[in-house]
Design a protein around this ligand. Structure first.
Ligand code: TEU
Ligand code: CA
Length: 572
């Protein structure tokens, strides 16, 4: 179909600059390291690259706290390095999208420094400032009970100097911008969007896209954690009244450059709400990342759960269905992904990362993802089957503010109770964002080939690097890497069916086997995956014709499914 926009058929590879490839032996990944790895990425069968924030930043939240949109964080390189990366990407017929982080800036951004300097500063209203409330005892209180996204603290920070609170939905050093101010919006568009679009970037992954418009009354969140002062408030501060207006405004800029957009859409389980963002006629976003799948098994108060794996396979299937059925009878578009820089590794989370099963598990997930409709996203290292941080690493090895703040919160609440802290560490090992953020495993060499043998890598290399790395897999036709390459080429070959087909879930309540049909005009494909470590019966195949095996993650001619076996069939 010649009318299809390029981003629908794209396979997008996400890069975390700090951890991808270090080119100058300072132990930190960088832009030239990405540029030098473009052929590796291209050979995988990827068309587009998304890089996480590479802007100047104090790095309190790994670059999601931006102090200057028009500069590159010096350890990563320069604007000239970015121009070279854009050029080299395009010359390989690939595209590049950047992360657009505009719900908040760093507190070190010049705008915020001005804003906090005094109540009558011209940029005061560029951020969200509110006076204190005073309780019955005359004690100063923030404007409401919202908890920030990290740790257990308030989403409001008292500014001693100007005697007001400012809002920070994430960490204290990430003040929220005031989108209701038109001048602020214009400055955001010019400095964060147009500057880079003029340099040739092909679009943006838009951070926390549904948080810009806040409910003007700033209501208290309902009490879900009775022991806590501050309450989780995502459903209150997401999807505010002016969201659609703001996004249409942004979309008009993106459209001038024919640039794509994918927005991150947390706290939005309602299909109709999602459709308002991604319906083609709404002209807001091309697609969003829904959180239905990755939020499975997370706690409602804290995402970190002391009892991991609190979910069933039917929960997983139904969540996948909610992302797939966005296409059903609509003009909307969707995404398929299991990993990113905020999530644990998919093999560890959804399958079995033991040496016995992890290769097969990685291939099973590749087959499943490649069969889903929408734009497909792969996160660095997923293509070689990287797994979570080992269980014996101590909290000192973790760097992420989200995990650290949670751990400190538990320490404080429990008075350093060692059993509670051990639980917290286990929960962080299971769901922590650092699982995705440790260095890319390039080779079975000192520092995993990520940086020079003599350098000090900014984060510890996963001990599994001796068995899981690019160098070995490039020469192994049975590797996870070889399988991803093959699977992506099959996806391209059956593009209509696998990327654009209608999704029909089968056998929903089967607790071990996941199966679904894809349909496009008179063509049909079927995915079957055994999500368990035991043999399972193949469910009754739908009766609509003769099914022929197209590809599987093991060579099997058995009727039963082996542990973690996956297959795709086509109707003859
Ligand atoms: O994440 C926003 C988000 O809603 C979550 O996935 C968040 O990471 C989670 O609540 C933490 O437990 C985006 C970025 O992807 C994330 O890396 C940033 O930290 C965050 O925005 C703030 O910019
Ligand atoms: Ca470097």
């Amino acid at each position: 179909d010649a009318q299809r926009p390029w981003w629908k058929d794209a396979v997008i590879y996400q890069i975390y600059p700090a951890s991808f490839k270090d080119s100058n032996a300072d132990g930190i990944g960088d832009i030239p390291g990405i540029t030098r790895s473009l052929d590796y990425i291209k050979n995988l069968g990827v068309d587009t690259i998304w890089i996480c924030p590479m802007y100047d930043s104090p790095q309190i939240d790994m670059g999601y706290d931006i102090s200057d949109y028009q500069k590159v964080y010096p350890p990563y390189g320069t604007v000239a390095d970015m121009e070279e990366l854009i050029h080299q990407t395009h010359s390989r017929d690939m595209r590049l999208i950047l992360d657009l982080v505009i719900n908040h800036t760093s507190d070190q951004h010049a705008w915020f420094k001005e804003s906090r300097s005094s109540k009558d500063n011209a940029k005061r209203d560029w951020y969200i400032w509110k006076p204190a409330r005073y309780d019955g005892n005359g004690k100063r209180q923030p404007p409401n009970n919202w908890r920030s996204n990290f740790g257990g603290g308030s989403a409001w920070e008292w500014d001693e100097h100007s005697q007001e609170y400012y809002l920070h939905l994430f960490c204290v050093e990430q003040p929220d911008l005031n989108w209701d101010n038109e001048e602020t919006r214009k400055a955001i568009y010019d400095s964060a969007m147009t500057f880079w679009l003029d340099k040739g970037v092909d679009g943006f992954r838009i951070d926390t896209v549904n948080m810009y418009s806040k409910n003007p009354t700033y209501p208290d969140a309902p009490i879900t954690d009775h022991d806590a002062e501050w309450q989780s408030a995502g459903v209150i501060y997401c999807n505010g009244p002016r969201m659609h207006e703001f996004l249409q405004e942004m979309n008009a800029i993106l459209a001038r450059y024919d640039a794509m957009s994918v927005g991150e859409c947390p706290h939005t389980p309602d299909r109709n709400k999602v459709l308002q963002y991604v319906g083609a006629k709404q002209k807001q976003l091309n697609m969003v990342f829904q959180f239905d799948v990755v939020d499975i098994g997370m706690g409602s108060v804290f995402k970190y759960q002391t009892k991991p794996r609190a979910y069933t396979l039917p929960d997983f299937k139904k969540a996948v269905l909610r992302t797939q059925d966005l296409l059903d009878g609509t003009d909307a578009w969707t995404t398929a992904f299991l990993e990113n820089h905020d999530q644990a590794r998919s093999i560890s989370r959804w399958c079995d990362d033991s040496p016995q099963w992890r290769v097969r598990s990685g291939k099973l997930l590749a087959l499943m993802l490649a069969s889903l409709s929408g734009t497909l996203y792969i996160y660095e290292g997923q293509e070689i089957g990287m797994i979570n941080i080992p269980k014996d690493w101590t909290i000192e090895e973790y760097k992420d503010i989200d995990s650290k703040d949670y751990y400190n919160h538990v320490a404080e609440q429990s008075g350093n109770d060692s059993a509670k802290l051990a639980d917290a560490l286990a929960a962080i090992q299971y769901l922590g964002r650092d699982n995705a953020r440790i260095p890319m495993q390039w080779a079975p060499a000192p520092n995993g080939g990520f940086t020079d043998a003599s350098a000090q890598a900014w984060m510890r290399i996963n001990d599994s690097v001796t068995d899981i790395n690019v160098a070995q897999q490039l020469h192994d036709k049975d590797s996870v890497l070889a399988f991803w390459r093959r699977t992506l080429s099959i996806r391209k070959q059956h593009n209509d069916l696998l990327v654009h087909g209608t999704f029909r879930l089968l056998d929903v309540e089967n607790p071990h086997v996941f199966s679904f049909v894809k349909e496009y005009q008179d063509r049909k494909a079927l995915f079957i995956g055994n999500f368990s470590g035991e043999e399972r019966q193949v469910p009754d195949l739908p009766t609509e014709g003769r099914w022929r095996g197209l590809v599987g993650n093991i060579d099997s001619h058995e009727d039963d499914l082996a542990p973690w076996e996956g297959r795709i069939y086509l109707v003859e």
